[in-house]
Ligand binder design. Structure first.
Ligand SMILES: [Zn+2]
Length: 429
């Protein structure tokens, strides 16, 4: 397949992109790639072409559960969800997870890291439900499961064995949640255990970390510990931490020190603004804290920074459409972002940065060798992607059209290898 006349982020001029066997094999000035099969070409007519969006931190298993009246803080949300988990069945998880996964594809997402809870209460029910969706959507959406002990390891006996069991399933990586442990020592041990499992299984690690309004509780100040433990194990580039809202509460100098350590250990930070805004500052009577790590400080320190939805319509996040352009715009608004090069970095934060977290060491972006996971936006203005939130014109997974406005509502019926000429009227409202 050849995608003709594509516009890229940051780059002047249009290009043709040749795709072979699911990967990009050439990117060249428009018109310079010879035609060998006119039926296998798509004319993008100057529309913006981006690498497919990647949700590196999304909870499919507990999506669409709703939440308690009046909303909840972190502890209440965990407790409320624990009660709902007791009623989970594989079919129920697969139904809710599938709904969100379909939304994600429609919005241009081509890969998801699904943080999926395991504990003696829910067992592997969530994992099996998400696996069912992964199999059902294979070829349209890649789902990598991060096995996630939301209720702790030391404080929830029996969970470690379940984590190990789930890590034997294909396509799984290891997640963590140290702040729920009873003591700072247990929280640090939780970090060590998760990173040891990453080494043992040869997989990346992705921890929920430091999700608090303030800096009083040492269980929520573990970013430097993670950086140190990552470097000690040679896991540089293979560890991500999500939330890290206490970065917003630290003084500027202390924040700079923590960010330097994260950058040196190549620990990535995933910001989850839709959740962090909802959970933070609930008990502040004045100067209400909004709990989102300052993204411009992360960039200035050289910390790889991703953005993700985290949750869709549950006790942690009552909003959401699994639309990463929406999340990136939210991050711009809450992060004092205004300059064009910063808006472009937010696009990276929902595409190339999280892609490198899921597939460490693989080429990412619109470059030869990268997977042809792509999204075409219905705009010719690459500078206004976040501001305009354009429709997703086409979504391609491994070079095959799997979604987008052109095929709205019929993505599942599009046979493998089908190509569509750009310019077909969009059928969505
Ligand atoms: Zn999460």
């Amino acid at each position: 397949m050849i995608l003709r006349s594509a516009r890229r982020l940051r780059e002047p001029g249009l290009v043709d992109v040749r795709v072979d066997d699911g990967r990009i094999v050439a990117v060249a000035p428009a018109g310079s790639v010879p035609t060998d099969d006119p039926q296998g070409e798509l004319d993008l007519a100057g529309r913006v072409l981006l690498p497919g969006f990647v949700e590196s931190h999304l909870h499919l298993d507990k999506a669409w559960l709703g939440g308690p009246p009046g909303g909840a803080g972190l502890a209440e949300a965990i407790a409320w969800t624990a009660r709902r988990k007791a009623q989970f069945t594989v079919a129920d998880v697969a139904e809710r997870a599938g709904r969100v996964a379909e939304l994600a594809v429609a919005h241009g997402t081509t890969s998801v890291r699904a943080h999926t809870e395991v504990d003696p209460g829910v067992g592997l029910t969530g994992v099996l439900g998400v696996l069912e969706v992964a199999e059902r959507l294979a070829g349209r959406l890649r789902v990598q499961i991060a096995v996630f002990p939301q209720e702790g390891l030391a404080c929830r006996p029996g969970t470690s064995a379940l984590v190990r069991e789930a890590l034997r399933l294909p396509g799984t990586v290891v997640g963590g949640c140290p702040y729920v442990e009873a003591t700072p020592d247990d929280a640090r041990a939780h970090v060590e255990t998760v990173l040891d499992l990453a080494v043992e299984h040869g997989v990346p690690a992705d921890l929920h970390l430091d999700l608090a309004d303030g800096v009083d509780d040492p269980r929520f100040l573990l970013a430097e510990h993670v950086a140190r433990a990552t470097a000690e194990r040679g896991l540089q580039g293979r560890v991500a931490i999500g939330h890290v809202t206490t970065l917003a509460a630290l003084g500027r100098d202390q924040r700079a020190r923590v960010l330097d350590r994260l950058a040196a250990a190549q620990v990535a930070v995933t910001l989850l603004p839709a959740t962090d805004l909802h959970l933070s500052g609930r008990h502040d009577e004045r100067d209400v804290r909004r709990g989102v790590a300052p993204v411009r400080d992360l960039w200035a320190a050289g910390v790889r920074t991703a953005l993700s939805s985290n949750n869709v319509r549950n006790a942690f996040t009552p909003t959401g459409r699994a639309d990463l352009l929406d999340i990136a715009l939210l991050a711009a608004r809450v992060g004092h972002v205004s300059e064009q090069h910063e808006l472009d970095l937010l696009v990276d934060a929902v595409s190339t940065v999280p892609a490198a977290l899921l597939d460490v060491g693989e080429p990412v972006g619109l470059v030869p060798g990268a997977r042809a996971d792509l999204v075409v936006l219905d705009t010719t203005d690459a500078d206004a992607i976040l501001l305009d939130q354009p429709a997703r014109h086409l979504v391609l997974k491994a070079g095959t059209v799997v979604g987008g406005a052109v095929v709205a509502g019929t993505a599942a019926a599009v046979p493998a290898g089908t190509t569509r000429k750009a310019g077909v009227p969009a059928v969505t409202s």
